[in-house]
Design a protein around this ligand. Structure first.
Ligand code: ZN
Length: 146
């Protein structure tokens, strides 16, 4: 039986693995006003567990928008799609950046539904991406999650 809350050791592992970036919007904790959360990708209420492959680092904006959702509507088709799962999905399959890396573009139903549901292109995030781009700190170096 897994614990409801991730252990301190597990929380540290998740923070290190994410390299200080929200795993959804790619904001960097070093430039955020609030400490990021260890988020259950599949929520506890939906039988998700506090295990390494079900945890992600998320900024407060993404975490509160996601809440307990695992599905959302693809704005292009209206069809319900699974939200991006940072441990199971390949980021590059579902998302890309626009030319100046200030906007995330959804390439699949999952990508588009996640951008919409988690508001990954909210104004403050776009402004932060723009500012960090000017000093060469955005986009953060990404790695494949698969
Ligand atoms: Zn975020």
């Amino acid at each position: 039986m897994t614990r409801k809350r991730p252990s301190r050791k597990l929380q540290l592992l998740v923070r290190e693995r994410a390299r200080g970036c929200c795993e959804y919007c790619f904001c960097q904790e070093a430039y955020a006003t609030e400490r990021f959360s260890i988020e259950h990708i599949i929520p506890l209420i939906a039988e998700g567990h506090s295990v390494e492959n079900n945890l992600a680092l998320a900024c407060q904006g993404c975490n509160s928008s996601k809440y307990d959702k695992t599905l959302a509507s693809d704005p292009a088709t209206g069809q319900v799609a699974p939200l991006y799962h940072p441990r199971r999905h390949d980021w590059q399959q579902h998302f890309s950046w626009n030319s100046d890396c200030t906007l995330l573009i959804g390439l699949t139903p999952t990508g588009r539904a996640t951008i919409e549901a988690l508001r990954l292109n909210r104004e403050g995030v776009i402004n932060l991406r723009r500012m960090l781009s000017l000093v060469g700190k955005h986009p953060p170096q990404q790695r494949s999650s698969s």
